[in-house]
Design a binder for this molecule. Sequence first.
Ligand code: TUI
Length: 311
Amino acid sequence: MNLVDLTGTKYPIIQGGMANIATGEFAAAVSNAGGLGLVASGGMNAEQLREQIRICKSKTDKPFGVNLMLMNPDVDNIANMLIEEKVQFITTGAGNPGKYMKGWKEMGAKVFPVVASVALAKVMVRSGADAVIAEGGESGGHVGDMTTMTLLPQVAATVDVPVIAAGGIASGKQMAAAMMLGACGVQIGTCLLVSEECPIHDNYKQTLIKSKDNSTTVTGRSQGAPVRIIKNEMAREYLKLEAEGADREKLEQITLGGLRRAVLEGDMIRGSVMAGQVCGQLSEIRPVADILDDMYVGAKDCLANASAIAI
Ligand code: TUI
C-alpha cells in the first residue's frame, strides 16, 4: 500500500518527530503543504502537548499526527491524552510502544512505530502497527546502529505492513532510492529544519547551511543512548570524556538542556545541535511546500527515468 492511501496526504512524505522543534503550528504548516505533520512530544508534558495538538487542529484541516518520544518522563499520561484528543496518526521513537498499542488502535488511530532493527519491526507488527518506519543511523538525534541502505530492505523483506524509510533522505533521488529498497514513502526531518516555517533559532539554520558531509558525530554510545549532533565544542568535549571513561553523571551535565540551548537561544558552541548526515546537502532556507514539492517531483522524475541507467 502507498503511504498516501494510508494517510490521506498529498505526498507520501511524513515529518520526523523533532523534539522541542515541531510545535503545533509547524506540524500544521507541514500538513498544509501536503505532508503528514507531526507534533513532537519530546521536552513536553501531557498538558503542554495537548495545547500544541489543539493549536495544530485549529491551523489545519489536513491529516496530522503526534510523535511520542518514549523516553519522555510523562509518557503514560501522554499516551492516554492522545486517546482523549483522538489523534489519528501516532509515530513513536526511542523505544517499544507495545503497551499503548491496544488503546490507540481501539480509538481508531493509525500507529507507525520507528524501528531500528528487524527484530523490533516484527514485534511491532505483532502488536498491531499499521506501518513501520525503518530509520537508519544517518538521521539526526537518537539513532540506531544500522544504516538506511541495509535496514530498509531487510525490514521490507520481513514484515507484511508498509515500510516508511527514514534517515539520509533530503532529495528526490534519495526518496527514489528508498522506494527502490521497498519503502512506501519517506520520513524527513533535517531538511525541514531549514524551512522558513521551522521555529528554530536562525543560528541553527545557518549552521546547517554551512555544514558539510562529515559535520555530524554520534555522542552517547557508551551510555546506550547514541545521539547524532553537529560537531561543536560541546560534542568534542563529550567525546573526549567518553573516551576517558567518564561516568554518566558527568556526561549528563554537559548535555543537560543542550537541545533547548541550540533551538531557542541559538547556542551553536555548547548547544546540542541535532542533525542528520544530509546536512551537507542543505544550501538555502525555503518554504516547506517547496521542499516537499521538489522532493516528490524529483523522486517521480528519477523513477520515470530509471530504465535509462546503464548497468
Ligand atoms: O527518536 C528518535 N530520534 C530522536 S528522539 C530525540 S529527543 C532526545 N532529546 C535529548 C536526548 C536524546 C534524545 C531526538 N531524536 N528516532 C527514532 C528512533 N528510535 N531511532 C532509533 C530508535 C529506536 C532505537 C531502539 C527505537 C527502538 C529501539 O529499541 C527499543 C527496544 O526496546 O527494543
